[in-house]
Design a protein around this ligand. Structure first.
Ligand code: NAP
Length: 327
């Protein structure tokens, strides 16, 4: 029997590619950049499976370009806002994502940003490198204490809960919001459920962990900044469009909130100009899951989903099991 043909749309850790290559013929985008749309459509043609990135729109056009033999499109990400689930289901194509394996790495990044903003780590680094450190001073570069404050988790799923668990070491009070209350999480961490507006009024640190959906687009905008504390720090490791970036820049410029840490942007890789010059924003280039271990594990998980689907089974991290009935 001939081997299945698989496309991986970006270079991923070599071990995960080698694992897939044991059973399939694998083509990997050789460039250190996303494929152009035309390149992607051409490369997908005739493939039995495609491993996509969050930067690849996975829509009917891509599925039709791949062809009817395509059994699965496996996202190398937990977020799947780039995927058209209905179009895939209609065509009997499974979609999958990579939950859990990136939870800790992303929660760590949320904390890296919270600490960096509050304790002015990036600003301090710049000043020091510029030769402007002239000696310790009692009132120099102060920031808000982290220990003992209130952390607001917006979206208490896998990553939101992992971020909240880390707060116990800082003796923080945790408040959270989600579609539904999480009794087990409350029991384990002492967290309290609050409606979003009450959370925004109460929290000193607000960390976003919702998926990007039509409901969460611009969840945080001008109105929401207006009800946050002037000392609040907002951290976004979810998806850029969850925050209205222009409204955020204004809130930071006018002192409506104290600071922000961003891993994701509304129009990636473009970053709102107004944010770039702000000393109270820490900006990192979408590095939430960027650890050696996590990126390798994401590769193995996406590969396992592909292998299961090619073997005729519903993949373990399937987003649309109902596609099974359509083939
Ligand atoms: P998850 O387990 O599905 O958690 C999402 C949480 O958001 C759930 O608790 C859900 O509530 C809540 N939620 C959904 N819609 C909501 C709304 N309208 N209002 C309030 N809460 C809402 O997902 P996860 O694995 O933690 O990942 C979360 C997101 O992080 C992903 O979708 C992805 O976009 C992003 N992410 C980013 C990076 C990065 O590199 N920066 C890495 C990984 C993930 P219920 O549980 O009550 O339904």
């Amino acid at each position: 029997m001939s081997r299945h043909a698989v496309l991986i749309t970006r270079m991923i850790p070599e071990k995960a590619v080698a694992y897939l290559k044991e059973q399939c013929d694998v083509e990997v985008n050789p460039h250190d950049r996303p494929l152009t749309r035309d390149e992607l459509l051409a490369a997908a043609k005739g493939k039995h499976a495609v491993m996509t990135m969050l930067t690849d729109p996975v829509n009917a056009e891509l599925m039709d370009a791949a062809g009817p033999q395509c059994k699965i499109i496996a996202n190398y990400a937990v977020g799947f806002n780039n995927m058209d689930i209905a179009a895939a289901t209609e065509r009997g194509i499974f979609l999958s994502n990579t939950p859990d394996v990136l939870t800790d790495a992303t929660a760590d990044m949320a904390w890296a940003l919270m600490l960096a903003v509050a304790r002015r780590v990036v600003e301090g680094d710049k000043v020091t490198r510029a030769g402007q450190f002239v000696g310790w001073s009692p009132l120099y570069m102060l920031g808000p204490e982290v220990t003992g404050k209130t952390l607001g988790i917006v979206g208490a799923g896998r990553i939101g809960q992992a971020t909240a668990k880390r707060a116990t070491g800082f003796n923080m009070k945790v408040v959270y919001t989600a579609n539904s209350a999480k009794p087990e999480f409350e029991k384990a961490t002492g967290a309290t459920y609050l409606p979003l507006d009450d959370l925004l009024r109460t929290a000193d640190f607000i960390s976003l962990h919702v998926p990007l959906t039509p409901k969460t687009k611009y969840l945080i905008g001008e109105r929401e900044f207006g009800i946050m504390k002037k000392t609040a720090i907002l951290v976004n490791t979810a998806r850029g469009p969850v925050v209205d970036e222009k409204a955020l820049a204004k809130a930071l410029q006018t002192g409506q909130i104290w600071g922000a840490g961003l891993d994701v942007y509304e129009r990636e890789p473009i970053v709102e100009d107004a944010l770039l010059g702000l000393h109270n924003a820490v900006l990192v280039p979408h590095l939430g899951s960027a650890t050696f271990e996590t990126r390798e594990n994401m590769g193995f998980m996406a590969a396992d989903n592909i292998l299961k689907a090619l073997g005729g089974e519903v993949p373990p991290q399937c987003l649309n099991p109902e596609a099974a009935g359509k083939r």
